[in-house]
Design a protein around this ligand. Structure first.
Ligand SMILES: [Zn+2]
Length: 369
């Protein structure tokens, strides 16, 4: 390769890197990607692809952070670590020669449809019938997950998107536009499915009510007239959990329903096991709330009054609030469907522990910089 060709490919890489960022910002804007979750890649040639880095917010991405990865041995160039799901992307590019662009998301309705234990979701989008295969569960970041995705894509050669059981989606296309279309279509189709089959009628999101944060050891309430009984719960949480600095009181549709009807939640989604905890109890009366404030469980339910979502930072508490809402939509879907696929306690404990370990490591590096 002479120098000018070298230069040419550098410019192309730069454009493609920027394109990946543009797509991630768009998916972030329409709510299909949040925080650092999910990842996007683009095929460069037979042996390489570009992929978003691990652990960086979509808002903060710059072109040099997008990582060039070798599809065969997963070696990569530069200082940024590729997304931990690079094996899934590599496997998809291997079995789907037509794939030039891949989007992996943890989008709400598709992820929830993927907890029902079904092999395929039959639904519709506008006037068209839609079939979405579900790849069997495996722990995130493992070879087994990459193999499961590869087997499913091989089996259903004519689809551009699949659900990864209890986790998220994988959408591909010969262009980024096709992959984006697939993710958007899948979210609507899965929402239709949950509405029709599981009789789900909730709006997704965070409905904030009585939140607070700590400032120089003092509790600052967001709402001036926070009732005394709610203040007592905040005081109990800060007292029992010295790591918590922010509490978001979330009264979303799904969380309200669960706080009224359920008495126990086990994780149905990977991010629930990682960020919230491996098992969450829902008290039947206010007196029981205090006993449910536990180390490494980042929510406390109040009977018929939503849940308190905790974090060491505002971003962490917001993440917990979002993941809990999605977890409650999944829980309701499974209850109304009559069956679902729960994560094993062993897998949950493993994920929760890994997440806390990696997260504190990441927080340390941020502090060092
Ligand atoms: Zn993922």
């Amino acid at each position: 390769m002479d120098r000018s060709e070298d230069k040419m490919s550098e410019i192309q890489y730069l454009q493609e890197r920027q394109h990946i960022i543009d797509v991630s910002r768009y998916l972030h804007e329409i709510g299909l990607l949040v925080r650092t979750w999910g990842n996007i890649s683009s095929r460069v040639d037979d042996d390489h692809f570009l992929i978003t880095p691990s652990g960086i917010m979509y808002e903060d991405l710059t072109p040099e952070m997008i990582v060039l990865v070798n599809r065969h041995d997963f070696s990569y160039e530069g200082d940024f670590k590729p997304s931990s799901e690079l094996m899934v992307h590599a496997a998809a590019y291997k079995v789907r020669k037509d794939a030039e662009f891949i989007v992996h998301t943890h989008q709400v309705f598709a992820s929830c449809a993927g907890t029902l234990g079904m092999k395929k979701i039959f639904s519709y989008f506008e006037d068209d019938d839609v079939t979405i295969p579900v790849a069997p569960y495996a722990l995130p970041g493992t070879r087994q997950l990459a193999d499961s995705v590869a087997r499913t894509l091989k089996k259903y050669k004519d689809v551009n998107g699949i659900i990864m059981s209890n986790h998220g989606t994988l959408c591909l296309g010969s262009t980024s536009k096709e992959a984006i279309y697939e993710a958007v279509m899948m979210e609507t189709a899965c929402n239709n499915f949950l509405t029709d089959v599981c009789k789900m009628d909730v709006t997704q999101g965070v409905e904030e009510m009585f939140s607070s944060h700590l400032e120089n050891g003092e509790i600052i309430y967001n709402v001036k007239d926070t009732p005394e009984r709610v203040k007592t719960i905040h005081k109990q949480i800060y007292g029992k959990r010295p790591d918590v600095k922010f509490i978001i009181h979330n009264k979303s549709d799904a969380i309200m329903t669960v706080s009224r009807r359920a008495n126990h939640m086990r994780p149905l989604l990977d991010d629930f096991a990682q960020l919230i905890g491996t098992s969450v109890k829902i008290p039947s009366n206010e007196g029981e709330i205090y006993n449910n404030i536990r180390k490494n469980v980042n929510v406390v339910f109040a009977p018929n009054d939503g849940a308190y979502c905790m974090g060491g930072s505002l971003e962490d508490a917001e993440a917990v609030a979002m993941v809990l809402d999605k977890g409650c939509i999944a829980y309701m879907s499974v209850m109304r469907n009559g069956e679902g696929h729960y994560l094993s306690m062993f897998d949950c404990i493993k994920m929760n522990r890994n997440y806390r370990k990696n997260y504190s490591k990441l927080a340390d590096t941020v502090r060092e910089n």
